[in-house]
Design a protein around this ligand. Structure first.
Ligand code: SP5
Ligand code: ZN
Length: 343
């Protein structure tokens, strides 16, 4: 399997993260992608290619141009106002509040961010754009034949919606790739999100559409992040009714319950008969993940890959979360080689 990777991901390097009320070293850090790349290489998964440069217009097919321009200019405004330290919002909107975009950098951070865990740093724009290029190059590579491509994106993307960012995500790499597949002429695309956290950004981008089916297996939003979306009764709206499937699972979930949800997801996706399948691949479902509470084991990841292969669609794997850095690369490669072995 071909992997697409950009070393520009290292440009996204936050200084601190608020975890359980304490300022700690960020869990979403450069060593994540480097460790995945090392595992891809040592497992000899296949060639590793650099991305091509795509125009920002591809991002604006799913994101508000105001968000794109904010991510591009925020660091400069922040440094001028406060100095060269991670840019984080001083507040965020609650239900019904703040419908106008303020003028100052602090106001704009509060307006566009939905959490305080996603620092904008000197290299955020470069890294976030490169991650989109990695996803789009993966899609293009998939189009020239082959059953699957791995886009080793970092920063991740699935929490970023049309006009807000958060959850370590700035641009929704998977959604941009799915939209590009539609723009290239596909009539049906599916996105399967197996990250531990609900892909609220992806869901909301495609919520009223029937061409892009979104299916997600994740921690129950009554218990875990992002809390505000991911419930089973969110089934899509208007033309999109029936084209959003959430399969929330409780803390402590082990393989048997996970597998049951995965089979349900796969059955729904097969019924959609997608011309392209995008997998938002998070392995923060792992028992040793530092911020998550599912109990999947290393031996479960090849089974996830094997199950996804049964859908039988050209598949673009897009990297999302996974924070147990020591085992991260191994678990990711397990999914990908499980897919390949399925033949
Ligand atoms: C892409 C992705 O996986 N984003 C996840 C963002 C999660 N951010 C919130 C982390 C909350 C940490 N809670 C700590 C509980 C540890 N016991
Ligand atoms: Zn996650």
């Amino acid at each position: 399997m071909i992997t697409i990777f950009s070393s520009e991901h290292r440009q996204q390097a936050g200084t601190v993260e608020l975890i359980n009320g304490r300022l700690e070293a960020p869990v979403e850090k450069p060593s994540r992608a480097d460790s995945i790349l090392a595992s891809v290489q040592s497992a000899m998964l296949g060639p590793v290619l650099a991305p091509k440069d795509f125009d920002v217009a591809a991002i604006e097919r799913v994101h508000d141009p105001r968000l794109v321009s904010f991510i591009r200019t925020a660091w400069g405004q922040w440094v001028a106002a406060h100095g060269a330290w991670d840019a984080l919002p001083p507040s965020s909107r609650a239900r019904g509040m703040q419908v106008r975009e303020p003028e100052t950098i602090d106001g704009k951070l509060a307006y566009f961010a939905f959490d305080a865990g996603t620092p904008i740093t000197a290299g955020t724009w470069t890294a976030a754009r490169a991650a989109v290029d990695v996803a789009l190059t993966g899609l293009e590579t998939l189009g020239s034949g082959g059953r699957a491509v791995f886009s080793l994106c970092r920063p991740p993307g699935h929490h970023a919606a049309r006009d807000y960012y958060g959850g370590y995500c700035f641009f929704n790499n998977a959604a941009v790739a799915a939209q590009k597949a539609i723009d290239n002429g596909a009539q049906r695309v599916a996105i399967l999100d197996v990250d531990y956290h609900h892909g609220n950004g992806t869901q909301s981008i495609f919520y009223e559409r029937s061409d892009v089916l979104f299916v997600s297996i994740h921690a129950d939003p009554r218990q875990d992040y992002p809390f505000f979306l991911g419930y089973a009764d969110e089934t899509g709206q208007g033309a999109g009714e029936g084209f959003n499937l959430n399969l929330p699972l409780r803390w402590g979930t082990q393989w048997p319950q996970y597998d049951e949800a995965l089979q349900t997801a796969i059955e729904r996706i097969r019924h959609h008969a997608p011309e392209v399948l995008v997998v938002s691949l998070g392995v923060d479902t792992f028992e040793k993940d530092p911020i998550s509470r599912f109990k999947l084991r290393a031996a479960d990841y090849p089974k996830i890959g094997h199950a996804i292969a049964a859908i039988g669609a050209p598949t673009l794997f897009v990297m999302e979360g996974g924070y147990a850095v020591a085992e991260l690369g191994h678990n990711v490669v397990s999914v990908l080689s499980g897919f390949e072995r399925a033949g």
